[in-house]
Structures are given as structure tokens and as C-alpha cells.
Write a protein that binds this ligand. Structure first.
Ligand SMILES: Cc1ncc(COP(=O)(O)O)c(C=O)c1O
Length: 450
């Protein structure tokens, strides 16, 4: 039996993979990766795959990056972990100082978690407790948008709006106010996201008008609802949201877990709208794809509501064993160093132009491509049965899954979201590899839908 097959059998004997129907693996077992370098992964048989999705949107500077490897080694040789209650360490202090300097103004305090979902849980708990401790005990509910995705733990899932992930758990979830969010490809207002005034904002405005006294926070993925199929919307929506939250004393939580750290072309997506949220969640690119780490930032106003004598019991008694893990912090610091030293935002500007031009040239002629949309290093192809009516393929056809398998044969890791094929490559991808990625997507779409 070949080595790959032997490993696959063992894998399936013991491992339950995330976000998968394990029965699918009977016909399509997991690809066992041996190493990664640059934008590529290589399996145990030596086959290479271009990582067009940055291994679940986390990798920024390529796999096994020399600078990050060295930073990790330096930190591991010094201090791998220390309890973060009553103790601290240099890497967490440096990281927090630098993050506060580069995030939108007013976010002055940092709370550490160990993955994106925990950052969201922290944000929700902070907002709730803030209102409780400032005399607004009726403000207990959260508002979230249709198609939102904020993670898989119960609180994060509650604010999520993708049925695929949360339908079965509904009896367990928080009573969230679900408001219809922007849907620019199928805009009811017949507007264009690049020129509109976010007319669709009136829907959320209406929804909270008579409920604002009960609302603690509104949580959004700024500018792109990624898991919903890279749904890009206007920054004007965010500007309006900031004003609405100010008017009704509602916390604005910006979940920048997927879009932070340059993905949209600016360091943080909120900067496109020139707004500061009250609470911001960061993870994924924070450690350039190396370690689970997350940060929840907040304003002094929120922090101050918790600051008092111990006996008042106002403290935020939330913790994770790996809070402030030094290895994660050292990598996050090196990530910021690389952003500065290698002028990564300038590189993103150039590469995203190239991606946009080449993708439009190559893809828009395909009869099933309803739209190609892009912001920064996020590009998405919306597949439809019919361009005119924008009718989607039925989900049981699993169009995305067949394209995924076809692209893998060609040596490209795409992982579609329903009928949306997207590109979210590491920033170090070369123009030649951008061409290869687009060609593989094009050929896979044509071959699967012919
Ligand atoms: C916007 C957003 N929020 C939260 C999460 C959850 O992060 P994690 O998977 O690290 O729990 C994700 C993950 O994809 C995400 O895209």
C-alpha cells in the first residue's frame, strides 16, 4: 500500500475533520500534507498545491516563512508560556502597545483570547456586562446581519446568520435580532455597491427603531461577509452604522477576524469607512497563519465600567489557559515587523490590481459567472445558472464541491463557499501564480459546468 493511502486510512480511523461530512472522505480522503513553502503546500507523494485560500484565510507571508520561523524559535528558547493572570511578559506588552497604535483611534485596551470565536464571545460578554454595570440593565440583546459569520461557539453561532451552520442548534442560541444586511449582487434597490449610498441601511435602521432600548451591541464583519460568499458592501453602510450606534448608545462590534491585517487593502477594513468601533475582534492574520491567538480591543469607556474595587464584583472574570501565549505574541510582533519592513500594503495594492485585471479578463466571459468582485486580496466568483435572472445553482448540486475537487487535480487549493469560488491567497503570491490560480479556476468551472 502506498504511504499516502496508509496515512489516509489511519487518519480516517482516528480523526473527525472540521466542517466536513466524514462520509465524503470515503470517496475523497484527506490529502496528507508533508510541507509548505511560499504559497505552496506539498503532499507526502510530492504533489504541489497552490494555497489559494491561505489555509482558511490565515496565512499572509507564505508557509514556513523564514523570519517567522526564527521569531518563533527565539521566543520558544526564552519563554513558551506563562499564566496571564497576575503575570505578564515582554511579547504581550510590545504587541499590545503596537496594536493599539495601528488600530482605529480610541481602541486603547487589549484582551487576549486564543481563536476567533473566543474573541467574539469576549466581545459579546464585554458589551453585555458594560451595559449592566452602567445602569442600562435592559440592554441585553445583540443585533446581527443575515448571512453573518462570527464563529462556531454558542455565542458566536448565535450572532451568525448562515443556516448551514446554526439551524440545528437554534433552540440553544441567544435571542438575537436578525436584520437584513446588504446583498449587493442581488440588490433590491437596484444600486451598485461602488456608487450607492447604502440605501439598504434603512432595513437595519427600521429594525432597531423600537427596540434600541434592549440592544447591547450590533456586530458586523466590516466590508466583507466572508463566509457568506465574500459578499462585499459599501463602506457607507459602516459609516451609517457608527452614527446609529452613537445615537442609541449601542456598542458597535467590528469582527475583523477575516478582513484585518491587510486583506481588504488597508490594515483594517474599518479604515475604508474611517470609523472606530467600540470593540474590535482580531485573529487569523494576526499570527500570519502560525498560531491560534486572538485579541479583543475596546475603548476606555468600556474598560472603565469594569474598573473598581474587587468587592464591587465588576471585574471581567473571563480567561483561557493560553491567554496571551508568548509564542503567538512573538509571531504577531514579527508579522507587524514584516508589514513595515517589506511594505506589504504597497505590495497588496500592486498584486490586487493585477489579480483584478487578470480575473476579469479571464472569467467574465464564462456563461455561469454572474459577477467577479474583489477588494484587496479577496476575489470572488459568483456562479449562477443564468446571468440574466441571477438564479443560483441548487445547493444539492454541490457545484462548489465538484469545482474544488477538479482544481485540486490541477494543483490548486480552492475551497468554494456554496456557489462562490474565491481567491484569498497569501500576499507573497507571484503574478505567475496568480495567473495559474485563475486559469485553474476557469478550467475547473468550465469542465464541471459544461
Ligand atoms: C469573520 C469571522 N469571525 C470569526 C471567525 C471564527 O474564528 P475561528 O475559526 O478562529 O474560531 C471566523 C472564521 O472564519 C470569521 O471569518
Amino acid at each position: 500500500m502506498d504511504y499516502m493511502k496508509m496515512l489516509q486510512e489511519k487518519d480516517l480511523k482516528y480523526i473527525w475533520h472540521p466542517c466536513s461530512q466524514m462520509k465524503d472522505y470515503e470517496n475523497f480522503p484527506p490529502i496528507v500534507i508533508k510541507k509548505g513553502y511560499g504559497a505552496y503546500l506539498e503532499d507526502v507523494n510530492g504533489k504541489k498545491y497552490l494555497d489559494a485560500i491561505s489555509s482558511w484565510w490565515v496565512n499572509l507571508f507564505g508557509h514556513s516563512n523564514k523570519r517567522i520561523n526564527e521569531a518563533l524559535y527565539r521566543q520558544a528558547s526564552k519563554l513558551e508560556h506563562v499564566i496571564f493572570a497576575n503575570f505578564s511578559h515582554e511579547a504581550a506588552i510590545e504587541l499590545s502597545e503596537r496594536i493599539v497604535k495601528i488600530t482605529p483611534e480610541g481602541l486603547n485596551k487589549v484582551f487576549f483570547g486564543d481563536n476567533g470565536s473566543s474573541a467574539v464571545e469576549i466581545a459579546l460578554k464585554l458589551s453585555f456586562q458594560y451595559h449592566q454595570q452602567t445602569g442600562k440593565s435592559k440592554k441585553t440583546r445583540f443585533v446581527a446581519l443575515t448571512d453573518a459569520y462570527h464563529g462556531e461557539t454558542i455565542g458566536a453561532l448565535s450572532v451568525g446568520g448562515v443556516d448551514l451552520y446554526n439551524k440545528i442548534y437554534k433552540p440553544l442560541l441567544l435571542d438575537v435580532i436578525r436584520s437584513t444586511g446588504p446583498d449587493c449582487y442581488r440588490c433590491k434597490y437596484m444600486k451598485d455597491r461602488n456608487t450607492c449610498s447604502a440605501e439598504c441601511f434603512e432595513m437595519i435602521e427600521r429594525d432597531i427603531l423600537d427596540k434600541h432600548e434592549e440592544i447591547s451591541a450590533i456586530i458586523v464583519e466590516p466590508l466583507v461577509q466572508c463566509a457568506a460568499g465574500m459578499k462585499i458592501y459599501s463602506p457607507i453602510y459602516l459609516k451609517k452604522l457608527r452614527q446609529l450606534c452613537d445615537k442609541y448608545d449601542i456598542n458597535l462590534i467590528a469582527d475583523e477576524i477575516a478582513v484585518g491585517f491587510g486583506r481588504t487593502g488597508k490594515m483594517f477594513a474599518c479604515q475604508h469607512a474611517d470609523i472606530s468601533p467600540d470593540i474590535m475582534c482580531l485573529s487569523k492574520g494576526l499570527t500570519a497563519g502560525y498560531m491560534p491567538l486572538s485579541l479583543t480591543l475596546m475603548t476606555d469607556k468600556i474598560y472603565d465600567a469594569f474598573y473598581d474595587d474587587y468587592s464591587t464584583m465588576k471585574a471581567f472574570l473571563h480567561s483561557h489557559s493560553y491567554s496571551g501565549n508568548p509564542l503567538g505574541c512573538a509571531i504577531a510582533i514579527e508579522t507587524l515587523n514584516i508589514f513595515n519592513d517589506e511594505k506589504i500594503l504597497d505590495q497588496i495594492a500592486e498584486k490586487s490590481d493585477y489579480l483584478m485585471n487578470r480575473a476579469k479578463e479571464q472569467l467574465l466571459g464564462i456563461p455561469y459567472v454572474g459577477e467577479y468582485r474583489q477588494i484587496g486580496m479577496i476575489g470572488a466568483i459568483e456562479l449562477v445558472c443564468d446571468k440574466e435572472s441571477k438564479e443560483p445553482f441548487e445547493s444539492d448540486k454541490r457545484v462548489g464541491y465538484s469545482i474544488y475537487k477538479k482544481a485540486l487535480e490541477k494543483g490548486v487549493l480552492l475551497r468554494p463557499l456554496g456557489n462562490v469560488i474565491y481567491f484569498m491567497p497569501p500576499y507573497i503570491i507571484s503574478n505567475q501564480d496568480i495567473d495559474f490560480m485563475i486559469q485553474a479556476a476557469k478550467d475547473s468551472i468550465n469542465q464541471c459546468l459544461a
